[in-house]
Design a protein around this ligand. Structure first.
Ligand SMILES: Nc1ncnc2c1ncn2[C@@H]1O[C@H](COP(=O)(O)OP(=O)(O)O)[C@@H](O)[C@H]1O
Ligand SMILES: C[C@@](O)(CCOP(=O)(O)OP(=O)(O)O)CC(=O)O
Length: 508
């Protein structure tokens, strides 16, 4: 039986760079862009003599990258050895497989026979990332289609990924693939770990949605997925980021404070000879001190992402430049971080207050937000003519001011560090967007640079913003906030996409 698990992509709305250092927090929104991993046996039968074998087979297929790799997995050392490949390696998935299998050995100490049987049947792993993770601007332009979400929707699901040209170098180095910045590697690693841990019987993810609906606190299985995915992601990446991307891929939208990097030290310091089960034992027992609390946008607000068409930026080189600046100018950098942190907290407080106001006075809230959605922000105050509306408008304008402060400090940080955190072209786009009717705020997510920009819009104004972006040569993506983290799927997503396409044709 195939197991299909999925994990969402993310948008780091506040906390870029700061979230790398405890106790600074980041607000991360998970999205409807999901990465899928399908795990099934390679062989139906196990040959009787195979019990004596020291190896099993693993096949990894990424059709979007036209890659298929066959591996041998050593059943003793739990390490993968490629035997044939139609392209370069995938360190994220390779580490995900090795660590998930090692976790199965470490955790399932009683029922080793079932595990051995599953492994001897071989592992057939397929990975699929939603189109939203990748940039399709070039294809849309090449096909002569308008730069609209409808053109994006007309692409086949799980379309082929465009590789960036290799010649780009230096601090503006482009990533391997034309990505939109939604955290494809974190979502991919998490989906593979979740699917494998479920397939091998280490965790049971089938009641996740019910547990979440009932608000059950016990998320022990998710915690195992998190530790294994976070370890695999860091080791594959060769660096320890803040981990907000893996955390949101596992648990969904949240207010996040990073883990202390020491929790990963045994995985980082493990030599070639260290048994992987020992590494897994250590990381599972380590004191994971990250914090996450529930966060989602207030009602009637929509997260929009717009791709300005610059091919994305490489986060590690930007982080390196910021760290260099912190070392060279501790005083100025501390002050900028203090102000940024103030702006981040203020924005969060305003958004949380708006959520509470919506809860307490839903009708007044709905009516006022819909009215503001038709007006530019400078007209919102005049429109508030009763006390609840005055309270709401105060929070809306407070959120805008906080965003402007964040943007100002992010620009300053970029200038001081000599990197384009909010480059001029993005500033112009963000200013224009913040002046559009019904736009609460706009910013650059995460590390900034030339990745897609985000906006938060009120009521139905997202449609007008989408059109306005199209006339500014910005492609509004089909991404929306979706607070769900990891999930077990009933079907192969390719079958689902086909069914959805067929039923939408029938409905027309
Ligand atoms: N569908 C895929 N198949 C195989 N590898 C992928 C796929 N999607 C992404 N990757 C890997 O993930 C890398 C991008 O990860 P990352 O830097 O986290 O990007 P982002 O977070 O901005 O989406 C790619 O360079 C590629 O190595
Ligand atoms: C700088 C950071 O704080 C935020 C980077 O956020 P992005 O969303 O830009 O990340 P990528 O998906 O890797 O491009 C680094 C971190 O927190 O790890």
């Amino acid at each position: 039986m195939a197991v299909v698990a999925s994990a969402p992509g993310k948008v780091l709305m506040t906390g870029g760079y700061l979230v790398l250092e405890r106790p600074n927090a980041g607000i991360v929104l998970s999205t409807n862009a999901r990465f899928y991993a399908i795990v099934k046996p390679l062989y139906d039968e196990i040959k009787p003599e195979s019990w004596a074998w020291g190896w099993t087979d693993v096949k990894l297929t990424s059709s979007q990258m036209a890659r298929e790799t066959l591996y041998k997995l050593s059943l003793k050392h739990l390490k993968l050895q490629p035997v044939s490949s139609s392209g370069s390696r995938n360190p994220f998935v390779e580490h995900a497989v090795q660590y998930a299998v090692a976790a199965a050995h470490a955790i399932l100490d009683k029922d080793k026979d079932t595990l051995q049987r599953l492994l001897l049947q071989g592992l057939d792993i397929t990975i699929l990332g939603c189109n939203e993770f990748y940039s399709y601007r070039n294809q849309i332009e090449a096909r002569g289609l308008p730069l609209t979400p409808e053109s994006l929707a007309s692409l086949p699901p799980f379309a082929s990924i465009t590789f960036n040209a290799e010649e780009s170098t230096g601090q503006n180095r482009k990533p391997e693939v034309a990505k939109t910045g939604l955290g494809s590697s974190a979502a991919m690693t998490t989906a593979v770990v979740a699917a494998l841990l479920h397939y091998l019987g280490v965790v049971n993810l089938s009641s996740l949605d019910e547990d979440q609906l009932q608000g059950k606190k016990d998320v022990a299985d998710l915690d195992v997925v998190h530790v294994i995915a976070q370890t695999a992601h860091c080791i594959a990446q060769g660096k320890v980021g803040s981990g907000f991307d893996v955390s949101s891929a596992v648990y969904g939208s949240q207010h996040y404070i990073r883990f202390s990097p020491e929790v990963l030290s045994s995985a980082q310091n493990a030599g070639m000879a260290t048994p992987l089960t020992e590494v897994i034992d250590d990381v599972l027992k380590a004191k994971w001190d990250h914090e996450r609390t529930k966060f989602s946008l207030p009602p009637l607000m929509t997260l929009l992402l717009g791709e300005p068409g610059c091919g994305g930026s490489s986060t590690p080189s930007m982080v390196g430049a910021v760290k260099k600046w912190q070392r060279s100018d501790p005083q100025d950098s501390l002050e900028t971080w203090r102000r940024l942190s103030e702006g981040n907290s203020a924005l969060e407080v305003h958004l949380n207050t708006l959520s509470k106001l919506a809860e307490r006075h839903y009708n007044a809230y709905e009516c006022f937000i819909n009215a503001c959605s038709l007006l530019p922000a400078e007209k919102w105050l005049e429109r508030a003519n009763e006390p609840t509306q005055a309270e709401i408008v105060k929070e809306l304008l407070g959120a805008r001011d906080a965003m402007l402060q964040i943007r100002y400090q992010m620009r300053k940080m970029g200038e001081a560090a000599g990197i384009p955190i909010e480059p001029e072209s993005q500033s112009q786009l963000l200013d224009a967007t913040m002046n559009m009717e019904g736009v609460l705020l706009a910013g650059i997510p995460g590390a900034g640079g030339f990745d897609a920009v985000f906006a938060v819009t009120l009521g139905a104004s997202n449609k007008n913003v989408t059109q306005a972006w199209s006339s500014l040569n910005v492609l509004a993506m089909l991404v929306r906030e979706d607070p769900h983290g990891v999930s077990l799927e009933n079907n192969d997503p390719r079958a689902k996409e086909i069914t959805t396409a067929v039923s939408s044709i029938q409905l027309e």
